[in-house]
Design a protein around this ligand. Structure first.
Ligand code: PLP
Length: 366
């Protein structure tokens, strides 16, 4: 008996290359795109280990948990790391980056997360990119949570290493991911004696054995199901239109923000300024005395399919995440999420305006 997930013909090199080209079109990039056979942490770690080492002076911007991870990898590679941490309720500003360069003109690597699903902020990459380029540093960007939700333009912004995954706003699989690599980034890797080679983390292996070899023979059997899912996801985005997909996410974020403010009861947007709030997901701060993880657990009891989560680690006490991305970037998902949060708050004795929230979401969607 055949099974839709099984008994598939092998994925050909030409097919694999065509999916890479489609990712390059999504990013509007002329750079090489490498699809890596693992979750986004694979190219995120691979790109850092390939380009950083002793002698690297890295400015590592921390606007959420991923920035912390990047700093640890950078230090592990032997780089000198200058951490620039901003509070999670805000974004980093281009001025802060400028000040960091003024203080340390020898910075030659900048790592930044574009949007943070975990904290709900988004950073001004275009402005920051200008500054990074003016100082000649290599620019590494985690665009996993922004791709599909807001513009991601590695070439226009001068991003040397732009990592994406399909599992957030693209509504795709989590098991494969991609990175666009500039000529400058390839040169850095080639000159880096510590860059992984003959390793699962190696980008240089892919360059030598796949990209530069004309993309005719795959070095390994690809994660076939995930590659087919990525292709289907790209097809779906192309047929809806990337602009429409992004607009859906921006509207979901605006609606969640407006709805939460109208709901009242002390539930507030976690990111203070709407311009610094990510379109991919909206984070909310719970009122004093209400534990976010308890509130989410109560809300999910009424409907376990709602895209709600509590913040990670210490944020579980005070942060609710409305993950309105992918198929959940809809008016319905936002309405149902806020309604469930409203009911859960009311159960804890907090007075809320459910009808006001409903109208605010409707208004934002119109
Ligand atoms: C979701 C996400 C990733 C991917 O990591 P997972 O924990 O596997 O989901 C990487 N970077 C950012 C900024 C993300 O939001």
């Amino acid at each position: 008996m055949t099974h839709p997930f099984l008994d598939l013909a092998p994925l050909s090199a030409a097919h694999f290359a065509s999916i890479e080209d489609r990712v390059a079109r999504l990013l509007g990039t002329e750079q090489d795109v490498v699809i890596m056979q693992g979750e986004a942490l694979l190219p995120l770690e691979g790109a850092i280990r390939s380009t950083a080492g002793p002698g690297t002076v890295a400015l590592n911007v921390i606007t959420g948990p991923y920035g912390q991870t990047f700093g640890n990898w950078l230090r592990d590679c032997g780089a000198e790391v200058i951490d620039l941490a901003v509070p999670f309720h805000t974004a980093v500003t281009a001025d802060q980056i400028r000040e960091a360069f003024t203080e340390r003109p020898d910075i030659d690597f900048v790592s930044l997360v574009h949007a943070e699903a975990a904290t709900g902020n988004t950073n001004p990459v275009a402005e920051i990119g200008e500054m990074v380029r003016a100082h000649g540093a290599l620019f590494y960007l985690d665009a996993v949570a922004s791709i599909g939700a807001e513009p991601v333009l590695p070439d226009a912004w001068g991003v040397d290493l732009c990592v994406i995954g399909a599992q957030k706003a693209m509504g795709g699989p989590a098991g494969v991911s991609a990175v666009s690599v500039s000529e400058r980034a390839w040169s850095r890797m080639a000159a880096n004696p510590g860059a992984p080679r003959r390793s699962y983390l190696s980008l240089l292996d892919w360059k030598a054995r796949w990209t530069d070899a004309g993309r005719t023979t795959l070095p390994h059997a690809p994660a076939q199901l995930e590659m087919l899912a990525l292709e289907a996801c790209l097809e779906r985005i192309e047929s809806e239109g990337l602009t429409t997909v992004m607009h859906r996410h921006a509207t979901a974020a605006a609606a969640t923000r407006a709805g939460a403010l109208s709901l009242g009861g002390g539930l507030e947007p976690y990111v203070h300024s709407a311009t610094e709030a990510a379109p991919v997901a909206t984070t909310l701060r719970t009122p004093p005395g209400i534990i976010a993880s308890d509130l989410v657990a109560t809300a999910l009891k009424s409907n376990p399919a709602l895209p709600l989560a509590a913040g990670g680690g210490a944020l579980a006490k005070e942060m609710v995440r409305v993950n309105h991305y992918g198929v959940d970037a809809t008016a319905e998902a936002v309405q149902n999420s806020l309604a469930a949060l409203g009911t859960a708050l009311a159960e804890q004795g907090v007075s809320v305006d459910g009808e006001g929230a409903r109208r605010a979401v409707e208004g934002a969607w119109r």
